[in-house]
Design a protein around this ligand. Sequence first.
Ligand code: NAD
Length: 332
Amino acid sequence: MKVAVFSSKTYDREFLTAANNNLETPLQLIFHEAQLNQHSTLLAQGCAAVCCFVNDQLDATVLQQLAKSGVKLVALRCAGFNQVDLAEAKKLDIKIARVAEYSPHAVAEHALALILMLNRQLHRAYRRVHDNDYSLNGLLGFDLVNKTVGVIGTGKIGHTFARIMQGIGCEVIAYDLQPDPALAASGVTYVALEDLWPAADIISLHCPLNIHTHHLINATTIDQMKAGVMLINTSRGGLIDTRAVIAGLKNKNVGYLGLDVYEEEANLFFEDNSNSLLQDDIFARLMTFPNVVVTGHQAFFTREALTTIARITLDNIRYFEQNDFSNMVLVG
Ligand code: NAD
C-alpha cells in the first residue's frame, strides 16, 4: 500500500523506515516535508493512506480533497486528534487511526523537566555561567517536597506524572471526569476544579483539547489560583488563553509558565525559523518574561517514544490493509 507521509522530518524517516523494514511486506512510504493542508493534498494522489502529525490540517476541506484522491485512511502518528474534523471523516468514510499510547513517561518526564527548569531558573543560570557570571540574585527556587501539585487529566500521561510528583514528595490533587481508582488508592486526592485552583502550587495540564477544555486556563480561572502559581502545559496549546496568562504574568498571579505547546504553534513549531522575523506578537511577548520557558512540542521526543509511535502507526496501516479494523486504534 502507498502511504503519503506528511510533515516528515529526518527523525520520522529514520524511525518509520526502520519499523517498515521489520514488516513482512513493507509499505510504500512516500515522505513529504510539506504540512498537510488545502495546498498540499495533491501529494496524496494515488495513496490509500496518509500519515499525519499534530499540526497537519485535517479539516472538512482537506478531508474532502483527500477523499477525492482516493484516501481511505488517516494514520495519525500522535495521540491527540483535535486537528481532525471527525464528523466529516465519518461522512466521507475515511478511517482515522492514532497512537493512543507510546510513552507516557516521555511527556510526564518533560513536564517535570519544565518544573525543575523554572523553579531552579536553570535557563537563566546556564546563560549566566557562560557569561562568567556566578551571581545568584534572582535564581532563588523552592523545595518541591510538600508542595501541592494539581493534575488536570489523569489518563496515561497524567497518571504517570502524578506518580513522579508523589515520588518527589509532593501532595498531589487531581481533577478528571473519570477519576482513576488506582491513583486515588495511591494517595492522590480527586477534587472539584474550583477546589483545585486555589490549592495548587503547581498546575499541570494533561487533559485533551476539545470544546469543553478550550481555554480552561483563562482570566477567571487564573483569578482563583494561588498567587505565584506555576502553570505547566504539555498537552495542547488551546487549553490556555495566552492573552489571559500574559496578563496573569504581568500582575504576578502567575509566577511561572512552562509550555511545550502553544495555541498558535502550527505556524511556528517543528521548523527552523531562525532566518525569519517572528510575526506572532503574543508569542513574542511571552518570550520577554524571565519566568516563562517554552519548548517546541518536544515532550514526546524520546527514542523509546519514536520507536513505539512508528511501530503502532505502521501496524494501524497494515491492519487497515487487511480489513482488520478490530486491531486498529481507531478514533470516532
Ligand atoms: P488519555 O486519553 O490517556 O488521558 C486524558 C485524560 O483526560 C482522561 O483520563 C480523560 O478522562 C481526561 N479528561 C477528558 N476531558 C477532561 C476534562 N474536561 N477535564 C479533565 N479531564 C478530562 O491521554 P494521554 O495519553 O494521557 O494524553 C493527554 C494529552 O497529552 C493528549 O490529549 C495530548 O493532547 C497530549 N500529548 C502531548 C504530547 C507532547 O509531545 N507534548 C504528547 C502526547 C500527548
